[in-house]
Design a protein around this ligand. Structure first.
Ligand code: 3HC
Length: 331
């Protein structure tokens, strides 16, 4: 039995002793490390939380193509262009596995797109920041994909089967993405003084937004307590943020770059770095549609959807014709 945890909203998460019937069997299965599959009984709140998290994650992958896709035509060499193209295609694939995983919970793809395009659904705050230089593509791979891996590796053990399984392949590919980003940063840092300045500038701009990717501080996280009890989330937002900082600091030292935080210092007692919180007011503005690129990102997705209408119409018409042709003739 897990200990009672109290959400920041003040609402208590039920203990096993307070549950009975199907709810108790469900929680016991989760506590024992079992997986929940689409046709299994689940509480409405679990279904709702899974749909929210998986669809937000899928939207993040799809919107996340935009800041990098922006650099495909300007990549400095043919090799870099091919690598970036493959990475952006991987993100589309991740979005598709995740939309499929969410569909197993009873929401349709059209409903999810509608939520994204109307601004109702969230996607990761990080993709509302611009990629101004080629070094930003390095920083996105190094920092953003690393933050994504930090968060997603534990999700391979999360309780919802289709989500956990999708995460296995996604994590393998994210790991390649992170390495290609670090490789760009290494090249820039070994290059001219101007290239190294570009790398430092990219780190300066992407550092705080990368810390925000893990979500609000634990004390302000609305969903963490219940999601951790259901093993939808395996770690708290602050735990993962700390892990990320501890991993990135030595990498920055290796590159010869400076983390833009005067308060960054090793803390022997906690066995990790102390660091300055990002600006949480800025975070709230970004996740509520008022970041530097929110409007541009959403407009690009809506345009892609509208421009693709003729393809969807054609495919639907073709599928309907095939269904009609396959119908056995009565008689
Ligand atoms: N960006 C946007 N919204 C965020 C956010 C962020 N970085 N962090 C938190 N939020 C939102 C939550 O969605 C929630 O809003 P809602 O109630 O309207 O849905 C609110 O802020 C409160 O936050 P909580 O901590 O209570 O929310 P969660 O328990 O859901 O934790 C999370 C947030 C850690 C992001 C969690 O949802 C999660 O682990 N999601 C799965 C991973 C994911 O979505 N990653 C996206 C990263 S980008 C990516 O993978 C693309 C790759 O190519 C780099």
């Amino acid at each position: 039995m897990y200990a009672q945890i109290v959400e920041s909203t003040g609402k208590a998460v039920k203990t096993l002793n307070e549950m009975e019937g199907e709810e108790r069997v469900f929680q016991e299965r989760i506590n024992a490390g079992g997986k929940i599959e689409p046709k299994d009984w689940m509480p409405d709140g679990y279904r709702k939380t899974m749909v929210r998290q998986i669809s937000q994650h899928a939207h993040s992958e799809i919107v996340g193509q935009l800041p990098e896709g922006n650099w495909i035509t300007r990549a400095p060499t043919l090799e870099r262009k091919a690598i970036l193209l493959a990475k952006v295609q991987d993100e589309a694939g991740h979005g598709l596995y995740l939309y499929c995983a969410a569909e197993t919970l009873g929401i349709s793809r059209d409903q999810m797109f509608d939520q994204l395009h109307s601004g109702k659904a969230k996607y990761s705050s990080i993709f509302n920041y611009p990629t101004l230089t080629w070094a930003d593509i390095g920083a996105v791979g190094w920092l953003v994909d690393q933050a994504a891996i930090m968060n997603q590796v534990p999700l391979q053990r999360s309780s919802y089967g289709p989500y956990a399984r999708a995460m296995v392949r996604i994590c393998k590919e994210e790991s390649f993405h992170q390495r290609q980003g670090f490789d760009i940063m290494m090249k820039m840092c070994e290059g001219t003084a101007a290239q190294k300045r570009m790398a430092q500038d990219a780190l300066n701009r992407f550092w705080a937004p990368s810390l925000m990717m893990f979500g609000p501080p634990d004390a302000d996280s609305v969903h963490s307590a219940q999601s951790m009890a259901w093993k939808i989330k395996m770690n708290s937002n602050d735990e993962l943020r700390q892990k990320f900082v501890d991993a990135v600091v030595p990498q920055a030292e290796f590159l010869g770059l400076t983390i833009p935080d005067e308060n960054l210092a090793w803390n022997d007692k906690k066995g990790g770095y102390d660091f300055t919180d990002p600006d949480w007011q800025e975070f709230m503005a970004v996740i509520h549609g008022n970041g530097p690129c929110n409007r541009e990102r959403l407009a690009a997705r809506v345009k892609a959807w509208d421009d693709g209408a003729w393809v969807r119409d054609g495919l639907n018409t073709h599928a309907a014709k095939k269904r009609k042709a396959a119908k056995p003739v009565a008689g």
